[in-house]
Design a binder for this molecule. Structure first.
Ligand code: SAH
Length: 211
């Protein structure tokens, strides 16, 4: 059996799981090729870091499938100057990818233990600039608003009002919209006339928990 290094597996993941499936934003492909997903999954399953799947990270939560992280980042249309809010830090992996793609990232997680671990791994992987906060992410982080982009990594049947209000005009939000059985990855653009909503693909996330 051939044993590949993590770097080789990451490069293959970018080609097979992302580019071949239609992720076309080169900046996203480069960012996904740089962030070591193996550092963000529990050590016991580091071997599965480049599986085409979400993986458990403890506390009944998951790190999203690489394709979903890439799709969300692509939909946010980041050029490098944006101020971004990431709701549901989890492992910190998506926050790290966003940090590669934007100017600044604020990330909110409700579970203290996950936030602490994410902070440490982000620091270790060169993403210590991400501002990880513990709290109810459905309320956002108003003191650092407005945001050019908001990524929500937990399912909600409705667009949280507070989060929409924290978007800059022209800002984008990507979220899994729907119930516990399945959701649609949806992009909401805040325009001067109000929200513009596009559903893009089916997905399955853990729920956004109240409070
Ligand atoms: N982006 C993460 C995926 C995490 S899964 C990653 O790359 O690993 C979703 C996360 O959202 C979980 O960690 C869960 O605890 C968190 N979450 C759920 N509801 C929340 C809320 N209201 N506020 C903040 N975080 C929340």
């Amino acid at each position: 059996m051939v044993t590949r290094t993590f770097d080789e597996r990451r490069a293959r993941m970018v080609e097979r799981q992302l580019r071949r499936r239609g992720i076309a934003d080169e900046r996203v492909l480069v960012a996904m090729g740089r962030v070591p997903r193996e550092a963000f999954v529990p050590a016991l399953i580091a071997d599965r870091a480049y599986d085409d799947a979400a993986l458990p990270i403890g506390q009944d939560q998951t790190i999203s499938q690489p394709y979903i992280v890439a799709a969300m980042c692509e939909l946010l249309m980041l050029g490098g100057t944006e101020h971004v809010l990431d709701v549901g830090t989890g492992s910190g992996y998506a926050a790290a990818v966003l940090d590669e793609l934007a100017a600044s990232v604020v990330s909110v997680e409700r579970i203290d233990l996950l936030a602490e671990r994410a902070r440490r791994v982000l620091e270790e992987t060169g993403h210590g600039a991400v501002d990880v906060r513990v709290g109810d992410g459905s309320l956002g982080a108003p003191e650092r608003a407005p945001y050019d982009a908001i990524a929500i990594a937990a399912a909600t049947p409705i667009v949280p009002r507070e989060l929409y209000d924290q978007l800059a005009v022209g800002g984008r939000m990507v979220l899994p919209l729907g119930g516990s059985r399945g959701q649609e990855l949806t992009r909401i653009v805040r325009t001067p006339e109000g929200p513009e909503q596009t559903a893009l693909l089916g997905c399955r996330f853990v729920p956004l928990v109240d409070g």
